[in-house]
Design a protein around this ligand. Structure first.
Ligand code: UD1
Ligand code: UDP
Length: 375
């Protein structure tokens, strides 16, 4: 039995920060003791610090500074750093988010140390094991004690993998909570002025390994983006991963195409809010455009977020089909097939998750007899 249990959140990459903020706020409102471990997987100020500031996240209690590397090297550094910090803090629960290498490492470390875990954004599947994220998702969900699902199809995926339904909670999408909270601050005008865009424009974000790591794939992608830029000015806040390879493939400033550094959370969503079209391979951006009602073309053969297609503005495209799809999207505007937004994407996922965690902590702190597990 533990007095005053501690919850640790393991965060490492840009989308983790956005998903965690509503959970951290929800637990704070319930008075739960908590802390953030920043793994340092993302470390540039524009990939990390700006999110802590924009989302009002508290300072991490530790930053492991693991940085970049191959999957094995990065994951190995994460495992070593996380084992030390989890052993030192002895949390009652570790919460992990999404599908990045920091998520995978934290779940493995905690499983071996017998520290209970919760996974936020459980059950998403692209069924594409060539994506490093899909491997991370499957392993994480196999090992997590509490699984928080953001959309209903996740429940079926987890059931098919034999996850005990008692461990799963359909809670809605905390990334959408963050968007709701930011809405009053989303003003396109200042960021448009700073970046020199006006009138109709498209925003592009590109960073998936399948799109940006291989020179041939990068060339096809860049040609397709140039086909969009023939129709409408395109502004690309570029993730550092693909910067050099995409530039080598021709993604450089030219009339109707502007390449800039990654934007902070509020600036980026402000720019998207004012856009006529988004071209992306991001997971989170598919969801945010659905909520903002901005047409989104996702340059991927699959998505682990099909609800953004059935209940949102998202369409999957290939590089070859992108220019024509952009022309159609610019003519048609945003249309959602079902006319309804995804269920429980209502801005209250963080408080729901916090309530489940608080109840779980209370139950864990009862003696086995009081829990009714032993006579
Ligand atoms: C990671 C996640 C991906 C997620 C993305 C969000 C994994 C396997 N992938 O991909 O699922 O969609 O984050 O953005 O965890 N770099 C910098 N500065 C930084 C961070 C990265 O320059 O602050 C560069 C480095 O060259 C690095 C490369 O980006 O090698 C890739 O970074 P890494 O964290 O390994 O993967 P991402 O592509 O960012
Ligand atoms: N984002 C941002 N600035 C940018 C690009 C993206 O703030 O220049 C935000 C975006 O709004 C979303 C999150 O970063 O909240 C998504 O991260 P990313 O696309 O890197 O990861 P993914 O969702 O693909 O894992």
């Amino acid at each position: 039995m533990r007095d005053n249990p501690l919850v640790l959140h393991v965060l490492g990459a840009r989308p983790n920060f956005v998903k965690a903020a509503p959970v951290v706020n929800g637990l704070a409102a319930l008075g739960v003791r908590q802390g953030i471990i920043h793994t340092g997987q993302h470390y540039d100020a524009l990939m990390s610090d700006v999110f802590f500031a924009d989302l009002g996240l508290p300072e991490p209690v530790a930053n492991l500074g693991v940085g970049s590397g191959s999957h094995a090297r990065q994951t190995a550094a994460l495992l070593v750093g996380l084992e030390d910090v989890v052993t030192e803090h002895r949390p009652s629960l570790v919460v992990v988010y999404g599908d990045v290498n920091s998520t995978l490492a934290a779940i493995l470390v905690c499983a071996k140390l017998q520290v209970p875990t919760a996974h936020v954004e459980a059950g998403l599947r692209s069924f594409d094991r060539e994506m490093p994220e899909e491997v991370n998702r499957v392993v994480t969900d196999a090992l997590a004690d509490l699984l928080f699902a953001t959309s209903p199809e996740a429940l079926a995926h987890l059931a098919n993998e034999g996850v005990d339904p008692a461990r799963i909670h359909l809670v809605g999408n905390p990334m959408i909570d963050s968007l709701f909270a930011a809405l009053p601050k989303l003003d396109p005008a200042p960021v448009q002025e700073r970046l020199g865009v006006s009138g109709r424009y498209a925003v592009g974000t590109l960073h998936r390994p399948a799109n940006v790591d291989d020179p041939q794939a990068a060339r096809e992608l860049v040609d397709a983006v140039l086909g969009v830029a023939d129709q409408v000015p395109v502004i690309v806040p570029l993730h550092p991963r693909g910067r050099q390879r995409l530039a080598d493939a021709g993604l450089v400033d030219r009339p109707n195409l502007k390449i800039v550094d990654p934007l902070g959370y509020v600036d980026f969503l402000s720019l998207v809010r004012g856009a006529a079209l988004v071209v992306t391979d991001s997971g989170g951006v598919q969801e945010e455009t659905t909520m903002l009602g901005v047409p989104c073309l996702t340059v991927r053969p699959n998505t682990e977020r099909p609800v953004t297609v059935t209940h949102g503005t998202n369409r999957l495209v290939t590089p070859a089909s992108l220019p024509a799809a952009a022309s159609k999207a610019l003519a048609d505007g945003a249309a959602t097939p079902s006319g309804e937004l995804p269920p429980l994407w209502d801005g209250a996922a963080g408080p729901r998750i916090a309530r489940v965690i608080e109840a779980w902590l209370r139950d864990e702190n009862l003696s086995p007899a009081a829990r009714g597990r032993v006579g």
